[in-house]
Design a protein around this ligand. Sequence first.
Ligand code: AVJ
Length: 314
Amino acid sequence: MSAVAVRARSGDPAFAADVLTGLSRPQKTVPARWFYDHRGSELFEEITRLPEYYPTRTEIGLLKRHAAEVAELAGRRAVVEFGSGSSRKTPLLLGAMDVSVYVPIDISGEFLRASARALAEAMPGVNVIPQEGDFTHRLDLPSEVAQSPALGFFPGSTIGNFAAPRAVALLQTIGETLGEDAMLLIGIDRKKPVERLIRAYDDSQGLTAAFNLNLLERMNRELDGDIPVEGFRHEVRWNTDHNRIEMHLRAERNMRFHVAGEAFAIAEGETIHTENSHKYNVDEARLLLRAGGWTPLRDWSDEAGLFTLYLASR
Ligand code: AVJ
């Protein structure tokens, strides 16, 4: 077989590289960003509507209650959303604000364009300029953004996917992308009793399990894999040292498989670590923001103290 034919079937080279590196480690791992192919994005959307998955509905409640105050503190802004996905929360913010331009950024281009189109239709007064890209790198924003200072919008506690040093670096990078005089509105999930957290990531309908296992199916589809998906089980752990929920895929038996052109073996009980979701108290989140070059201005929490929205300036 020619090299061209192999390459044509081997998907995104960055995905292949992450999988090959991650599966070669003593603790096998695949970065959480690869969950979001079309099927993964759909499954995540369903997760956000689960009774056990409180973050989305709590954050939506906070936006409904406090968007007007955010708008007042922010003034006229170019709004830049990081990891916009389906953008269900966006109209709640944009509807309250004086927006010069709205730039949703996402790595899933197909999903991004569809939701940008829907948003532009729902909010005809807003100039929507979607940008496909990886927001963990400094990005050049469209020139229209420069007309007014930027407000970064980073909802959903996506920052929780990153361990503290990388979360700090990401906040710094976001600041560089947004430029001088920027503000940031960021949603961060709180610590709470472990049983409540576990239930949010191991729901009774098995949607989160399907979301986790879809990563193996995606590897098979896009990286020419033969992973026996039925030999793995969704596993959720609370890591006390790191204050984080971890998702793993646990091997139920010894297996051998191929993916991205390499052979791997996994032993019964061994896991592939697929996601971290760090949880922060309000004082910890404020310190995290400061470490990342941001000055916390205000924060808003729900009555049960499940989730908090922070507004910060550079
Ligand atoms: C989108 C990263 C915030 O960590 O809660 C939900 C992803 N994973 N259920 C989270 C997720 C499993 C979610 N984030």
